[in-house]
Design a protein around this ligand. Sequence first.
Ligand code: F3S
Length: 424
Amino acid sequence: MQLTDEEKRMLQGEEGLVRQKCMEQLVDLCDVAGADRLVDLDGTGDFTHAAMMSQGRYGFPLEELKALADSGAKFKIPTYSNKVPLPQVPFHGWEKCGIPQHEDPEYNKKLREEEYMSVYRQMGLFTSCTCANYLISSFWPTVGQHCSWTESSAVPYCNAVLGGRTNLDGSFASCFLGKAPYYGMHVTENRYATIVVKSERTLRTEMEWDIFGFAVGELSKLEVPALVGMADATTSKTVKINAALNTGGSIPMYHIPGVTPEAQTLELALNGKQPKETYVIGEKELRDAYDKVNYLPSEDIDFVSLGCPHYNLVDLMRVAHLLEGKKCKVRLWIMTTPWMYDLAKSQGFLKIFDDAGATLLTGTCPAAMGMPDGIKSVAMDSVKQSYYITGRYSSPEDPLHVCYGTKEDCVEAAITGKWRGEWR
Ligand code: F3S
């Protein structure tokens, strides 16, 4: 393994215990990933900041971190936080979320303002607390910048949508030292498409992109797919497909020729080579994927959850327009980022949600914080959330009915308590 003199000094503990542990972690990761060196990061990073940082082989006692922060140490790259660790608490909307534990002000405050958070903030962490940090444009790298991100639905946003370079390895160590193992998506040759996945018909809607992403994830294994047959790209659709690809499978990078920045054509996506395989996804495969994320659908709905990944401002506007002047019959949660909350408020969306009886929550999601007691059937507009919720909360003894559909299907379900979604 090639280390610079500075990296060797850190590894030997000459720059203090924290830097030593960080280097140990990165070197171990190189070992596992087969990387023979580290790359200096010039983009952005994020990680799950937490008291959990005090645990395990690479953890630091809080006192150690405090001393580091007091000495003036800062993160080497602009660093943002993912959500707070389990048990996750909402930053906004907790007062009326319907879960007694989370509605307790003391409990909420204690976890929201845990000491680690202020120490990290002193070191420069942006405490954005979201799985969708890319909603803050200053998080964006430009093409070719090396990053270290930690959220599976965000990693393809960096690689495929923005042309930045990251593996799923954002950590305190990588962001603090500004270094990451040089392998995977940092290396140009690994970024080209190796397989082609075509849709039999042109896919245009958000739900089609979401479902297609899930089906592609299931068949792609560790390949980089070039996706053909998709039209009318928007930010909301690319966000959906990123999350879906990493629900059906594990896909840090993909190309949509003519849309994503590293592949204006299919030939460029493949670097002029032949694909290892070409798959065609037709109506049957889409329908199968749709059925998989509609786990035991039911006509009656008693909870609706929107905002996975956390909603952007346009998503919030669309839901506000659907809810304006209406009343929800069943509980509706809408998830977004703490920073987006203020925009939603100033745009008047928050009032519309409040008037309709919906709750705008930030900083967490049902897959992480749980749902109110007694929920038997839930509706959502995200393949990822549907899959996670089914896996986490449904059991043969106590099955949960999970309905997946469009935003419109879900808002209608919140207003009527009935599910009318269908594959379109
Ligand atoms: Fe974010 Fe939770 Fe979905 S972490 S991507 S809202 S499952």
